[in-house]
Design a protein around this ligand. Structure first.
Ligand SMILES: [Zn+2]
Length: 65
């Protein structure tokens, strides 16, 4: 799969940021590269689809802009 990076529209970025704000109140924002599911977890965990290709984003690691 070649889509290893996010290509977000402005609206997507806004939605993404609000999710990050939510995530910051918990711990990490998880994104499954397999099924594109997003969820907030307190630590590393596999996706419910069984994939372990998960991206972990801590809010303080997310680049500005
Ligand atoms: Zn998944």
């Amino acid at each position: 799969m070649a889509e290893d990076t996010f290509y977000l529209s402005e609206d997507d970025r806004r939605a993404w940021r609000s999710r990050l704000a939510e995530a910051s109140r918990n711990n990490v924002l998880c994104h499954c590269r397999q099924c594109d599911r997003e969820w907030v977890a307190s630590g590393p965990e596999a996706c419910t689809c069984g994939s372990r290709q998960i991206e972990w984003l801590n809010c303080w690691q997310f680049p500005d802009g």
